[in-house]
Design a protein around this ligand. Structure first.
Ligand code: FEO
Length: 392
């Protein structure tokens, strides 16, 4: 794909990765992704904003063939899917200066072995004149590393946001055309890398509120010609109270835990609580992460395996612990054959979660009548907690 014009003297220079299906060996990418690099040609200076993931280096270098000079290489984020091609671009334009935050400077030197004298660290609020265009740099830490910033092109009112507001979608459409599709992809992305830093994201959103933004150009996915759409979505994910929803990831080996899950789900629904149920044997972890953004309660279901939780359940507990959703309640249900420490071990894996733990239901073999009543009691407790907290 060739360079594509966004507006006067502003171009998309990125690469679309149609085939990528996993990120960080963790995050499923069902729709591929893109690495968006942007070129801004001012009347005096030319700047390239971010690069592309190194396996797609040639895509960017080919687009740069016709560019006579680059004065600045802005690196909003030191992670290699955006910074990894900086060395190759610097080789092509040896006089270019890399521009980044003070924290990113050290990280770029560590991660890419870039020379210190090639890097200009800017402070929060600094501006860079390109002649008839001006870039303003705003520190936006923890989206999702500590060194991140965004750039605002003042004359064109474009916010270059890097990972912030991004979505993993491979498409030939430069601009958002299907908001529902982008909403889901952006929420998946938020859940997987931004959710642990909700309070910092909220501060960054607040910092942007007085900017007159006509367009948001992230470094993954499509450009937002209607930026309010994604900004409002982020505000909701960060600020809204949890919903009247139980997220129920589970695994079952011989059917006991599944019987308990089915009973609990039925009981919760009868009591007016919404449920999102995920069989960890087959589920897309990204879908589970999306559901965790709004969940009021998490109930983890697991059988006992070798005296502890099933490894899928342990993985799920550790994942939730890392993602730190805003759920306020948590419980565990499951079964065992002869004994074990499943509840204790899982409880030890969720220390980051600020949740009240509701009485687990853990039974021997197939659930008995009293076990089913305990599940009904758990459903009643969850419904009552959601009502008391005003979860909608
Ligand atoms: Fe898209 Fe944090 O890199």
């Amino acid at each position: 794909m060739k360079a594509r014009k966004i507006t006067e003297q502003v171009y998309w220079m990125g690469a679309v990765d149609w085939d990528r299906r996993m990120f960080d060996a963790l995050i499923p990418l069902p729709d591929g992704t893109s690495y968006n690099s942007y070129l801004v040609q001012g009347s005096e200076k030319t700047v390239l904003l971010d690069t592309v993931d190194p396996p797609m280096e040639e895509e960017l270098l080919d687009k740069l063939e016709g560019v006579p000079k680059i004065d600045y290489l802005v690196s909003h984020h030191a992670e290699q899917d955006h910074s990894g091609t900086l060395p190759a671009v610097l080789e092509m334009f040896p006089d270019a200066q890399i521009v980044c935050t003070t924290k990113a400077k050290g990280m770029l030197m560590d991660l890419l072995k870039l020379p210190e004298d090639a890097i200009l660290a800017v402070e929060d609020g600094d501006t860079l004149s390109l002649g008839d265009k001006t870039l303003k740099f705003l520190y936006t830490p923890w989206v999702h590393w500590p060194e991140t910033m965004v750039s605002y092109l003042e004359e064109d009112r474009i916010l270059f946001s890097c990972d912030f507001f991004g979505s993993h979608i491979a498409t030939s459409d430069l601009f958002v055309t299907d908001q529902a599709r982008v909403y889901e992809a952006a929420k998946r992305y938020f859940a997987e890398i931004m959710m642990p830093f909700k309070s910092q994201i909220a501060k960054n959103l607040d910092k942007l509120k007085d900017l007159d933004i006509r367009m948001i150009a992230p470094s993954h996915g499509q450009i937002y010609p209607e930026p309010w759409f994604i900004m409002e979505a982020y505000k909701d994910w960060v600020h809204s109270e949890p919903r009247n929803t139980v997220v129920l990831p589970y695994v079952s080996m011989h059917g006991s835990t599944k019987m308990m899950v089915d009973h609990l789900v039925s009981s919760l629904v009868e009591k007016g609580v919404r449920v999102e149920q995920f069989n960890l044997e087959v589920t897309d972890i990204g879908k589970l992460a999306i559901a965790l953004v709004d969940a009021g309660t998490i109930v983890l279901g697991t059988p006992t395996m070798h005296a502890g939780p099933h490894p899928y359940a342990a993985y799920c507990a550790l994942l939730a612990n890392v993602l730190r959703p805003k759920a306020k309640f948590l419980s565990i249900i499951g079964s065992y054959g002869w004994g074990g420490k499943t509840i204790e071990q899982l409880s030890g894996m969720i220390s980051n979660l600020k949740v009240e733990v509701l009485e687990p239901v853990y039974n021997k073999g197939l659930p008995s009548e009293s076990d089913l009543q305990a599940l009904d009691q758990l459903a009643e407790s969850i419904a009552a907690k959601h009502r008391e907290n005003g979860f909608k």
